[in-house]
Design a protein. Structure first.
Length: 283
């Protein structure tokens, strides 16, 4: 039997409408949430991402502050702008679109953003909070994946989850969130000799690699929940994930499509983190 589709668009829409209600309540009290988005240079993909973030803010009634800087911007000038935004009480979230020009150290930039406004959840402090199970902002993509898994109704307690990929922004925080939800977690990476040995035992598989067909049908346990984070291009130029979707959906119990799965949830969770930041400030 074919797997049930986990509809990221529908869930993101529901979450956005809940955020819009929270934004309206804050705005009525004089605390309209604000997200500052900084773009350095003119990378075409970054321009599209930033445009989406600004439109998402506006769609829920948040204020967006878009700052565009030339690719020649110095690191010192960018850090000074971030300090100013840290000190601005009308700004509740700050994000700097990656990648940055080579004269700017991205980690130094991330660490300059106040932890209270680190709505991407990328700072060492935010990562440490997640590691220790303390409150803090969770990186939007894995946070969104957890919400997608939640909609299946599958309890994670005692289940075996396999995460493919160990980046600081997706794979590692994903593994920690699954661990926090009491799953038994295995993390695979480019040095894992036989991925299938692990994934065939998994009740939940999260693929976050960036390579087509990393997960094929013979690697999936019947009935498993499959979350596809990957964003790749097919030969015809269309977007696809890391999972061999057509074949895997015949084996899995639940599966996210690409597009329409993790992508819209990443965007929605940025709004959730920003409204939460504004609520903390207004409390
Ligand atoms: P990344 O930083 O390049 O990390 C990729 C990870 O995959 C690394 O840990 C790497 O292992 C591992 N890997 C590479 N080849 C592998 C293989 N053959 N078998 C097993 N593991 C392998 O990428 P990322 O930022 O985590 O993103 C992963 C994918 O998700 C990309 O396609 C990205 O575009 C997509 N993404 C989507 C969203 C969304 O909203 N939909 C958000 C973020 C990212 P090593 O550590 O050993 O190198």
């Amino acid at each position: 039997m074919s797997a049930q589709l986990i509809d990221g668009n529908a869930l993101a829409k529901k979450i956005r409408s809940e955020v819009a209600e929270r934004v309206a309540a804050l705005t009525a009290r004089g605390h309209q949430p604000g997200l500052a988005v900084i773009l350095v240079g003119d990378d075409p993909a970054s321009q599209v991402y930033v445009k989406h973030k600004v439109a998402d803010c506006e769609s829920v009634g948040m204020r967006s502050i878009l700052e565009r800087h030339p690719a020649s911007l110095s690191e010192a000038d960018l850090l000074a702008r971030l300090q100013a935004l840290n000190d601005d009480p009308t700004v509740h979230g700050i994000l700097v679109q990656m990648p940055l020009p080579k004269q700017i150290n991205p980690q130094r930039v991330i660490e300059t953003i106040s932890t209270a406004k680190d709505v991407d959840g990328y700072s060492v402090q935010s990562a440490g909070d997640l590691l220790c199970g303390l409150p803090g902002f969770r990186p939007c993509t894995p946070y969104g994946c957890m919400k997608l898994i939640e909609t299946t109704g599958v309890s994670l307690k005692g289940k075996h989850a396999v995460v493919i990929g160990r980046s600081n922004t997706v794979g590692k925080p994903m593994a920690l969130l699954l661990l926090q939800a009491n799953a038994t977690v295995t993390v695979c990476h480019s040095g894992t000799p036989d991925l299938g040995v692990h994934t065939r035992q998994a009740d939940i598989v999260v693929a976050a690699v960036g390579r087509r067909n990393v997960l094929t049908a013979d690697m999936v346990k019947p009935g498993a929940v499959v979350i596809d984070v990957g964003m790749n291009k097919k030969d015809d130029g269309k977007l696809c994930g890391d999972v061999d979707f057509d074949a895997v959906r015949e084996i899995a119990g639940w599966i996210t499509p690409v597009p329409g799965g993790v992508g819209p949830m990443t965007r929605a969770m940025l709004l959730v983190n920003t409204v939460e930041s504004a609520e903390r400030t207004a409390a």
